[in-house]
Design a protein around this ligand. Structure first.
Ligand code: GLV
Length: 314
């Protein structure tokens, strides 16, 4: 195992270090746990557990064996071109998939059962049943991205009785889900879906994917749920498409700039539901199971699970 004195360092602007420290010191007693901002000796740091570290911060730790990202998305870390040349490991699901499936279920039901309109009617004390709703079976849901999270989301939405069409970069088979791969198939999925759910990783290929021309390929009057990254969507194009009725509404958890600035028109648009990047919160205990297991694998000279592929960018 590790030399005495090896350090597992921690950096996150969002998370308290204590739960991580207690568990790691218990399961990996041969390591010390230290916050990376005030580590006693940069040479002792063998593993770094990080969320959104500043660019250039990690390359001072010259004896790192791996970097663990405390989330599923690695886009912000990979923007740092000075990262040390060590394996980067992301979380796989870690309790997020189920939460995100619930988030999507809420959004799909909100749009399908017209809860936005009922909320408005309630404000006006208006009893106004909307009777021309389609059955769930006639309300297809498209899911872009079928990785550790997207596959769970697709399966759970299918269980609610909605036809689910899922698209991914590599072929996938999921019970109850019509799966597609590649550009031609995306066209069919976009044409059919009443609600499109974005769960793609953010890479140079997917940045700004959901722009005006993309929205024009979607079924007229469809809804969008974005729980990928804000930079997948051109926010100006989204607003314009809502104004023109190309889109009927959207539920957004992620934004180009976070926190969403006060002056953003997205806040006030009546057909938008806005949440502050909470659709899937990292559960430290589940994340720690994966991290401890992966550190043990690396210490035994084996390959960790959920390794980030730097060429693909996720
Ligand atoms: C959150 O956005 C994550 O990538 O885990």
């Amino acid at each position: 195992m590790a030399d005495q004195g090896g350090v597992i360092g921690f950096y996150s602007p969002d998370e308290e270090p204590q739960p991580w420290k207690s568990r790691l010191e218990l399961d990996l007693p041969e390591f010390r746990f230290e916050p990376l901002e005030n580590v006693s000796d940069v040479h002792c740091v063998h593993y770094a557990l990080v969320w959104n570290p500043p660019v250039g911060f990690l390359n001072q730790f010259v004896n790192l064996k791996a970097v663990f990202v405390l989330g599923a998305g690695v886009d912000s870390l990979l923007r740092d071109k000075t990262l040390p040349p060590v394996p980067i490991v992301k979380l796989s699901d870690a309790g997020m998939a189920n939460q995100m499936a619930h988030y999507v279920a809420y959004g799909v039901l909100h749009f399908h059962r017209r809860f936005g309109e009922y909320r408005q009617f309630q404000m006006e004390q208006r009893w106004s049943p909307i009777l021309d709703i389609s059955s769930a079976g006639q309300f297809p849901i498209g899911v872009l991205g079928l990785g550790a999270i997207g596959s769970v989301v697709a399966r759970q939405i299918a269980r609610l009785g909605f036809p689910v069409l899922g698209w991914s970069n590599s072929p996938k088979q999921i019970d109850g889900v019509r799966t597609y791969v590649g550009e031609d198939d995306l066209a069919e999925l976009l044409r059919e879906s009443r609600v499109l759910v974005n769960l793609l990783p953010l890479t140079h290929k997917t940045e700004n994917l959901i722009d005006r021309s993309f929205i024009k390929r979607m079924r007229p009057g469809a809804f969008l749920i974005n729980i990928g990254r804000g930079r997948h969507v051109r926010e100006d194009d989204l607003l314009e498409s809502l104004e023109e009725g190309l889109l009927s509404g959207a539920m957004l958890d992620v934004f180009d700039e976070e926190p969403l600035p006060n002056e953003s028109p997205l806040w006030r648009h009546p057909n938008l539901l806005i949440t502050p990047h909470v659709s899937g919160i990292t559960m430290p205990q589940i994340a720690l199971d994966q991290i401890v297991k992966n550190i043990q694998l690396i210490e035994f000279g084996e390959t960790p699970r959920s390794l980030v592929d730097l060429d693909r960018g996720y």
